[in-house]
Design a protein around this ligand. Sequence first.
Ligand code: ZN
Length: 153
Amino acid sequence: MRCPRCQHEDTRVLDTRMPEPQIVKRRRQCSLCGFRFSTVERPVPEEISVLKRSGKVEEFDRQKITASVQCALKKGNRRREEVEALVEEILQNLFAEKSKCLSSEEIGEEVLRCLRRFDRLAYVRYLSVHKTFADLGEFQRKIGEVQSHGDAV
Ligand SMILES: [Zn+2]
């Protein structure tokens, strides 16, 4: 595991915990710069695939979801742990589905559902990036919904 701060390849495990029977959490420290961080190990069903809008099937990629959420949050000053917890919630909800093949729409809807509660600006940003112009009517309706509840921003 590389150090997220200095990219050094050797990090030490300080302790290992199992907060849940399916989850292993390791606290680590970089042996070069001393940076401390945690890694979380959890089972991910291998056979989940994603049906793209184009009809192509791809392997499920957690990183893509994380990247799209981070991209939507770009101007927010969210802590990394907050973002990770949000992605975790999205993934848990997705994996709770019985289906082994998720469409990119289903994934997008779940991301939106969670983002909406988390950060309204990020929600709008994600919506504008991931919705095609075919959905323009729906896009405008959703923006309208956000604006009409726009008191808490
Ligand atoms: Zn380091």
